[in-house]
Design a protein around this ligand. Structure first.
Ligand code: F6R
Length: 264
């Protein structure tokens, strides 16, 4: 795993955007896996800037989002579809039909089939070239809460108390946070060709250290990223604070500049 430690949130966003930019330039019809939440907001702002100021072209790019609250329609201001429209899609020249976010309003009796179809759509698109990920306070990636199978696929999941509490900051009251979500599985995520894992802020430091340097366990689903051959983790100094091998990561990142190859 490449672990890049940079100064602050703004640098995380800029470095992450460079990785996305490089893939979009190399493969204009690439498939991006996207996340919501506070972490990738700066990345999305930077991509919008690159589009507006440098002409970065998203006209052939296709996207799949990781997850969506179950029970919220796409027009709900807290839905992840709404978030993506507001924070990325409306600022770039992506075609609406090329963007996919799981539909949180699908009927309960159709959920299983719907999730299978979501996986099928990813396959038909040729698989995800680059998956952007954040990490939850309980170590989740997408909404794969502690105990999720490391082989899990897109499905309906129940949200952990910790996630509900963490995400209540976006809702008027904690009772308004949906209790369920549609989420890509850990197995789905691990099939992406490359992964861009982002974490910032001191609150994430302990869980980041467990995920990147601790044992692989379904109790911290982000730890499954250790199984993936092409993960770049970009952390700010605060989020890297509990890591044991900071000196090594800094040495490897520095060496990359000399050898001109990414050291995964
Ligand atoms: C969002 C998602 C979640 C978030 C995680 C971190 O689509 O899948 O796993 O990445 O909860 O959220 P923030 O970035 O708000 O700390």
């Amino acid at each position: 795993m490449r672990v890049l430690i940079v100064k602050n949130y703004s640098e995380v966003s800029i470095e992450a955007a460079k990785i996305v930019r490089d893939i979009v330039k190399k493969k204009p019809n690439c498939v991006l896996g996207l996340a919501t939440g506070s972490t990738p907001l700066g990345l999305y702002k930077e991509l919008i800037r690159m589009h507006k100021e440098k002409g970065l072209d998203f006209s052939q790019v296709r996207t799949f989002n990781l997850d969506e609250y179950y029970g919220l329609s796409s027009s709900h201001p807290q839905s992840y579809r709404f978030f993506m429209e507001e924070n990325l899609f409306k600022g770039i020249n992506i075609k609406p039909e090329n963007t996919r976010v799981p539909d949180g309003s699908v009927k309960i009796e159709e959920v299983e089939q719907y999730c299978k179809e979501y996986e099928e759509l990813i396959k038909q698109a040729g698989g995800i070239d680059l998956q952007v990920l954040g990490i939850g306070g309980d170590g989740h990636i997408a909404f794969n809460e502690p105990g999720s199978s490391l082989g899990s696929r897109t499905r309906l999941v129940a949200l952990d108390e910790k996630t509900i509490e963490d995400n209540s900051r976006f809702f008027d009251r904690v009772e308004d946070v949906p209790r369920f979500a549609l989420s890509m599985g850990v197995g789905t995520i691990l099939e992406a060709r490359e992964i861009l894992f982002l974490a910032t802020g001191e609150k994430k430091a302990e869980i980041v250290a467990k995920a990147l340097e601790g044992p692989i366990t379904s109790m911290i689903t982000a730890s499954a990223l250790q199984l993936h051959p092409r993960v770049t983790a970009i952390l700010d100094e605060e989020a890297s604070d509990a890591l044991r091998r900071v000196a090594f990561y800094r040495f490897a990142a520095d060496s990359e500049k000399h050898v001109g190859i990414k050291l995964f």
